[in-house]
Design a protein around this ligand. Structure first.
Ligand code: SAM
Ligand code: DTB
Ligand code: SF4
Length: 364
């Protein structure tokens, strides 16, 4: 059995990524089988609980307020609405609900209390609950854990070097600090990134160094292909080649053998054959549902047909880790501290982000 190593170097990872494809696939599939059932795929449903109007300048994101995209923004969803959506996701075979909010970081107060109630509600439906709410403090992570959160998603997105070309409103260390805060609780870590943002292969390897040298490694890693949304700074990026996706998934599988590798954004552009190769290369999770957060995703029925065709079975909830207990709000050990952590704001200039902002102003 090959166990997780935490000292991967960029050179070693590049060597894996660039292997002849058949060698790479064989190695990844062999490691995959040692740690996972190759016929089981975990299915998560995304739910955007607060959409658009975000203060950050993430160059890939249609939800950043400063760019002009045609997404419809919305305030925080009600707990009842979230419950109804979670029940629908459960009926369609999903084991996890991932709630996303277009926030830079979590602020203590009524909205966060509502999110905690959403977590309690979904955990009581016996589904895994994941949240992606931006940066959080240790106290906020503890409160989410107490409510019954199973996973927290916080992506590194790219290498530390290329991150500076993508986002100027926060630093890489802020992301690592949040992951560290989640690690201090029982909540599992979900962290990955995006390919197709104009980065070099070295940056993909650099991101995998950052993820694989975390100890423990993330329990799940989403690999997103950029969805190039009109109005964002990355609107003109070329679609990711399926071969790049296969290589990225296989390399992730090899350097993080125990992690659930999620084939994430970008599946509408992928054929069934392409996705099948990704599953062979070690992907064992997907986002299902007609929508990701704001952009389209394959139809659930089409995904279920693909599962039938490939002989894949959806993973049952709490297969990898037992269900967390939900503590009711009134019995909580942790109170809101109202902290104001010093997350960074490097604010360096990223030309394409500036251009997209100027264009957006002209369109308003
Ligand atoms: N606001 C929170 C944050 O940034 O952590 C949570 C939501 S954010 C939309 C979650 C992740 O979605 C990002 O870290 C990024 O990896 C991914 N994402 C956003 N827009 C994307 C796009 N156009 N294509 C691919 N992935 C994208
Ligand atoms: C992740 O890595 N990918 C998901 C989830 N985590 C939150 C989000 C993908 C978003 C794609 C663009 C959109 O739909 O807005
Ligand atoms: Fe905001 Fe998250 Fe989008 Fe960045 S990725 S603009 S933080 S919603």
């Amino acid at each position: 059995m090959i166990t997780a190593r935490h000292n991967w170097t960029k050179e070693e990872i590049l060597e894996i990524y660039n292997k002849p494809l058949m060698e790479l696939l064989y190695e990844a599939a062999t490691i995959h089988r040692m740690h996972h059932d190759p016929n089981t795929v975990q299915v998560s449903t995304l739910l955007s609980i607060k959409t658009g109007g975000c203060s950050e300048d993430c160059g890939y994101c249609p939800q950043a307020a400063r760019y002009h995209t045609d997404i419809e923004g919305s305030d925080l969803m009600s707990v009842q609405h979230v419950k109804a959506q979670a029940l629908r996701a459960k009926e369609s075979g999903s084991s996890r609900v991932c709630m996303g909010a277009a926030w830079r970081n979590v602020k203590d107060g009524q909205e966060f209390d509502d999110v905690l109630e959403m977590v309690r509600t979904i955990n009581k439906l016996d589904m895994e609950v994941c949240c992606t709410l931006g940066m959080i403090t240790e106290n906020q992570a503890q409160r989410l854990a107490e409510a019954g959160l199973y996973a927290y998603n916080h992506n590194l997105d790219s290498s530390e070097e290329y991150y500076k070309e993508v986002i100027s409103t926060r630093g890489y260390k802020d992301r690592l600090d949040t992951i560290d805060n989640v690690r201090k609780t029982n909540v599992t870590v979900c962290s990955g990134g995006i390919i197709g943002m104009g980065e070099k292969i070295e940056d993909r390897a650099g991101m995998l160094v950052a993820l694989s040298t975390l100890n423990p490694q993330p329990e799940s890693t989403p690999i997103n292909a950029l969805v190039a949304v009109e109005g964002t700074p990355m609107e003109d990026e070329k679609p990711v080649e399926i071969w790049d996706m296969i290589r990225m998934v296989a390399t992730t599988r090899i350097v993080m053998p125990e992690t659930q590798v999620r084939l994430s954004a970008g599946r509408t552009q992928m054929s069934r054959e392409g996705q099948a190769m990704c599953f062979f290369a070690g992907a064992n999770s997907i986002f299902a549902g007609d929508k990701l957060l704001t952009t389209p995703n394959p139809d659930v029925n089409e995904d279920m047909k693909m599962f039938d065709l490939l002989g894949l079975n959806p993973q049952k909830p709490f297969t990898k880790k037992t269900q967390p207990q939900t503590v009711e709000a009134g019995d909580s050990q942790y109170e809101a501290l109202g902290e104001k952590p010093k997350w960074t704001r490097p604010e360096h200039t990223i030309e394409r982000n500036e251009d997209a902002k100027v264009k957006a102003k002209l369109l308003r």
